[in-house]
Write a protein that binds this ligand. Structure first.
Ligand SMILES: Cc1ncc(COP(=O)(O)O)c(C=O)c1O
Length: 361
C-alpha cells in the first residue's frame, strides 16, 4: 500500500512513553493532586519564552477564553482577523464582547495594522492578533496603535510556539499571549494550552487564572476551600504535561527542521503566492494560494500527499456573518492550501511535494 505523506505528524519517541508510564503508575492524573508535571511544565515553558507568569490549561480555546476574562470587554468591540480558527472569535463572544474583523496582509496573512486603525471606534476595547502559521505579526505597530487608543492586546499564538519577534520569543512580552498544544501543533499534547502573562498586574492575574481554571476555587487546604467567583474545569492534566515536557526539550531542534523545509519550499515551489521565508517563524503551517484549489488538492491526494484548507474565514460562518467585506481574506479563503511541513518528512518526500506541485502549476 502506498504510504501517505501526512499533513501533520507529531514527533514522539521513547522519552514520551517513559513519562506517560510514570504518570499512569502514580495514579494521580489530575493537575491539583498530580505528580507535579503541570507545575513543572509551566515553569519550564516560562523559562523558555521568558515571561512573567504562565498558566497551563486544557486547550488553546480555554486559554483564549480565560485570557479575555481578565479584561472588561462586555458589550465592547474586539478587533481580530477572520483568517483563523473559530476559537479566536468565540472567546470574545463568550466574554460578552463583539468581534469586529479586520482584513489581513496578503504576504503574511496576519492582521493588517493599517486596517485595525480604520475600524477602531470609541467602543473598541482590545485587539486580538493571530500569528498565522507561526509568522509573527508586526507587534511594534499593533502595540503602538493599542497604546494610542488605550486598547488591550491579547495574542493568539496557537501557531507560534518558538516564533521570535525582535529577537525575543512570542510570549515574552504582551498583556496575555495564548498558546495551543493540540496534537497537530509544534509542541504536541493530547490536548493543552497556556496563557503567558506580562501585564503589570501579572501577580493578580495569575491568581485569578488559577482559580478560574478550576471552578473558581481558592484557598484550598484539604477539604476546606472557598469560591468567590465563577470558574471552569480548564486545568491541564498530568499526561499532557508529561508529554509536553519532553516535546519542549526538542522544540527548537524540530522548529529548525521546519524552517529548513520552509526555506526549500519558498525557493523551489513554482507558485507566486506562497508563504514567505522568515528566520523567526515556527512554520506550524506552510501555505500556497492556488486558483484551481479542488483540482490541485485532488492531484496531490492521488500522489499520496495530504493537504488542508486552513481556514474558512470566520466572518463567512453562519454565526458570524456580517456585511463587512474583507477582500484579501475572502480571496485567500478561496485559494489557500496548506501542505505538509512537519519534521518527520523524509528528504525524498519533500522533493516529491515540490515536484508534484511544480508539475501541476
Ligand atoms: C489560531 C488558533 N487559535 C486557537 C486554536 C484553539 O486551540 P485548541 O485546539 O488547542 O483549543 C487553534 C487550534 O487549532 C488555532 O489554530
Amino acid at each position: 500500500m502506498k504510504k501517505i505523506i501526512k499533513l501533520f505528524d507529531p514527533v514522539v519517541d521513547l522519552s514520551e512513553r517513559k513519562s506517560l508510564l510514570k504518570v499512569l503508575d502514580s495514579k494521580f492524573w489530575a493537575s491539583g493532586s498530580g505528580s507535579g508535571f503541570v507545575k513543572k511544565f509551566e515553569n519550564e515553558f516560562k523559562n523558555y519564552i521568558k515571561s512573567n507568569a504562565c498558566i497551563a490549561v486544557n486547550s488553546g480555546t480555554a486559554a483564549l477564553s480565560l485570557a479575555f476574562s481578565l479584561f472588561d470587554i462586555k458589550n465592547k468591540e474586539v478587533i481580530l482577523p477572520s483568517m483563523s480558527f473559530v476559537s479566536t472569535a468565540h472567546c470574545i463572544v463568550e466574554n460578552g464582547g463583539i468581534p469586529v474583523f479586520a482584513d489581513i496582509k496578503s504576504d503574511t496573512l496576519c492582521i493588517d495594522p493599517k486596517k485595525i486603525k480604520h475600524i477602531i471606534s470609541k467602543n473598541t476595547a482590545a485587539v486580538l492578533p493571530v500569528h498565522f502559521g507561526g509568522m509573527p505579526c508586526n507587534l511594534d505597530e499593533i502595540r503602538e496603535i493599542a497604546k494610542n487608543h488605550g486598547l488591550h492586546v491579547v495574542e493568539d499564538a496557537a501557531h507560534a510556539v518558538g516564533t521570535k519577534f525582535n529577537g525575543k520569543k512570542i510570549g515574552s512580552n504582551g498583556d496575555a499571549v495564548c498558546f495551543s498544544f493540540h496534537p497537530v501543533k509544534n509542541l504536541a499534547m493530547p490536548t493543552g494550552g497556556l496563557i503567558a502573562i506580562n501585564h503589570k498586574n501579572h501577580v493578580k492575574f495569575k491568581k485569578l487564572l488559577l482559580s478560574r481554571r478550576w471552578c473558581g476555587i481558592t484557598n484550598r487546604k484539604d477539604t476546606d476551600y472557598d469560591v468567590k467567583e465563577l470558574g471552569w474545569n480548564y486545568y491541564m492534566n498530568e499526561f499532557s504535561a508529561a508529554i509536553g515536557l519532553q516535546q519542549l526539550k526538542k522544540l527548537d531542534k524540530l522548529n529548525k527542521i521546519r524552517r529548513s523545509i520552509a526555506k526549500k519550499f519558498s525557493h523551489e515551489i513554482d507558485i507566486k503566492s506562497k508563504m514567505p521565508f522568515n528566520e523567526n517563524c515556527s512554520y506550524h503551517l506552510y501555505w500556497v494560494l492556488v486558483k484551481n484549489r479542488q483540482k490541485f488538492r485532488e492531484k496531490l491526494y492521488k500522489k499520496g500527499i495530504e493537504t488542508g484548507t486552513h481556514y474558512k474565514p470566520i466572518h463567512l460562518m453562519k454565526m458570524y456573518k456580517g456585511d463587512n467585506a474583507l477582500p484579501i481574506t475572502e480571496s485567500v479563503g478561496r485559494q489557500i492550501v496548506t501542505i505538509p511541513i512537519h519534521p518527520n518528512l523524509k528528504k525524498f518526500e519533500i522533493e516529491k511535494i515540490i515536484k508534484t506541485i511544480n508539475d501541476f502549476s
